[in-house]
Write a protein that binds this ligand. Structure first.
Ligand code: FRU
Length: 399
C-alpha cells in the first residue's frame, strides 16, 4: 500500500437534491440538503484511503468557523491534515451543488477567495516520505516551482497532475508530470471532440508522460508511453444516483492500481469500474460496499390504497408507502407526536374515504396526501416525506 500526498483545494460542499436543475429566475424547492467536505484531491484521497492507502493533503484553510468543520471532516475521512497552510484573509471555499434526483447529474457554483498553497510552504514538506505526489492542475505560477523541486528530490516516486479546466500557461507544466489526467471540460474548451484527438496532441508536449482523458458517459481514453491511444467505453449504469466526485473516484482508482504496479490499461479498467460503482450511490462513504440506492424497496403491485405498507430499512429506519390515485406517497415511519413508529401499538389503520391514516399509539390522523396531522395530539404537524422514484416496472427506489 502506498503513501500519497495530494496538493489542491479543500472545499465545503452544500448539496441540494432537486427534481430538476433550476432555470434562470426560477425559485425551486430542494428535496434534501446535505453538507459534505469536498474538493477534488480531498475526494480522491478519501477513496484512496478506503482502498487501503495512506492519504495526506496539502491545502490551504481560512480561520473562520467553517474551516474547523472542513478540517475535522477531512480527518474523519482518514486524511492526514499536517500540511495545511493557514490564512487570516479569505474564507473557507464553498460549492453550492444541485444534484438531479432523476439522473444524478450535478451543477456546481463554486466560491473561493482564499489564497492557494505557496511555493515556500510546499518547499518545507519532506516530500521524500511519500510514494506518490499528485497535483491539482491550478495555481500555475507556484506549481512550476513545486513540480521542479519534486522532480529534483524524488527519484522513483511518480508525479501526477489533474487538468480539469484550461488555465493560462498550464501546458508549460505538462512535461514535468509522469501522469496527466484530463477532463473533457479541458478537451472541449481546447476544441477537441474526443479524448483521442486531445491525447495525440498533448503527446507532442509531453512525450514522456502517461496520458488519460475522462469523458463521462463517453468513457475514457488513455495513452501509455510509446503506445497509441486506446478507448474504454463507460460501463452502463442504471440508475445513476450521484455523479458528484465521480471523476475524483476515477483518479483514486487509477493512482491506486498504478501504485501497485498495474499497467495503464489495467488501472483505467479498474478506475472505470470504481467510478461506475460510485455513481450508483450517494456520496463517497463506504464506496467499495453495497449500493442501497440501487435496490428497489418495493414494487407498486405490493401496495394498496386501503393499506399502509411499512418497509424496514435496517439501520435507516422505516418508510410508510401507500398508494393514492396512481401515485405512491412515502413518509418516514415516525409519528411527530412522540417520535415512535406509527405501527408501534397496532397496524396503521387507513380510512380510504377521508384519505387519512392513523398512528396506532395515540390516534393521530394524518392526511395521506401530504402527511399533515388533521386530528389528534400533534394536530398541524406533519409526517416527514421520503423521496422516492419509480421505474417503468413499478419498482420503487429511495432517492
Ligand atoms: C467534485 C468537487 C466538489 C467541489 C468541486 C470543486 O469533483 O471536488 O467536491 O465542490 O468539485 O471544483
Amino acid at each position: 500500500m502506498a503513501k500519497f500526498l495530494a496538493i489542491g483545494n479543500a472545499v465545503l460542499d452544500t448539496i441540494f437534491t432537486v427534481e430538476q436543475h433550476p432555470k434562470e429566475d426560477q425559485e425551486i424547492r430542494a428535496i434534501s440538503r446535505e453538507n459534505r467536505v469536498g474538493g477534488n484531491v480531498n475526494n480522491m484521497l478519501y477513496v484512496l484511503n478506503q482502498l487501503g492507502h495512506e492519504a495526506a493533503i496539502c491545502s490551504t484553510s481560512a480561520t473562520d468557523t467553517e474551516s474547523k468543520q472542513l478540517i475535522t471532516g477531512m480527518q474523519e475521512r482518514g486524511i492526514d491534515c499536517t500540511h495545511i497552510q493557514k490564512f487570516i484573509q479569505g474564507s473557507t471555499p464553498n460549492s453550492i451543488v444541485t444534484l438531479n434526483a432523476h439522473n444524478g447529474s450535478r451543477t456546481i457554483v463554486h466560491y473561493r477567495d482564499l489564497p492557494e498553497v505557496s511555493f515556500d510552504f510546499f518547499a518545507k514538506i519532506e516530500i521524500e516520505e511519500y510514494d506518490w505526489i499528485h497535483f491539482e492542475g491550478r495555481n500555475v505560477d507556484n506549481l512550476q516551482g513545486m513540480l521542479n523541486i519534486s522532480k529534483t528530490f524524488l527519484d522513483n516516486q511518480p508525479i501526477s497532475m489533474e487538468v480539469e479546466k484550461p488555465r493560462e500557461n498550464i501546458e508549460s507544466l505538462f512535461h514535468q508530470a509522469n501522469l496527466i489526467i484530463f477532463s473533457h471540460h479541458y478537451a472541449g474548451a481546447k476544441g477537441f471532440n474526443n479524448g483521442e484527438e486531445l491525447l495525440n496532441d498533448i503527446a507532442k508536449l509531453a512525450p514522456n508522460s502517461q496520458l488519460v482523458c475522462t469523458w463521462g458517459a463517453k468513457g475514457v481514453w488513455y495513452k501509455a508511453l510509446n503506445a497509441k491511444v486506446e478507448h474504454l467505453p463507460a460501463l452502463p449504469v442504471n440508475p445513476v444516483v450521484d455523479t458528484l466526485g465521480a471523476g475524483d473516484t476515477f483518479n483514486a482508482g487509477l493512482l491506486s492500481k498504478l501504485s501497485e504496479g498495474a499497467s495503464l490499461s489495467e488501472a483505467c479498467e479498474f478506475a472505470n469500474h470504481l467510478a461506475a460503482q460510485k455513481i450508483q450511490k450517494m456520496g463517497l462513504d463506504d464506496i467499495l460496499n453495497a449500493k442501497p440506492e440501487n435496490q428497489p424497496i418495493a414494487n407498486i403491485k405490493q401496495l394498496s390504497k386501503a393499506k399502509a405498507t411499512v418497509i424496514d430499512l435496517n439501520n435507516r429506519g422505516g418508510v410508510i408507502l401507500i398508494k393514492q390515485d396512481e401515485e405512491v406517497r412515502a413518509y418516514e415511519n415516525n409519528c411527530p407526536h412522540q417520535n415512535v413508529p406509527l405501527n408501534e401499538a397496532y397496524k396503521i389503520d387507513v380510512n380510504p374515504f377521508d384519505q387519512t391514516m392513523k398512528c396506532s399509539v395515540h390516534d393521530a390522523f394524518f392526511k395521506i396526501d401530504d402527511g399533515e396531522c388533521v386530528e389528534g395530539p400533534c394536530w398541524g404537524e406533519h409526517l416527514t416525506p421520503v423521496s422516492i422514484r419509480m421505474d417503468d416496472q413499478g419498482d420503487i427506489y429511495l432517492v
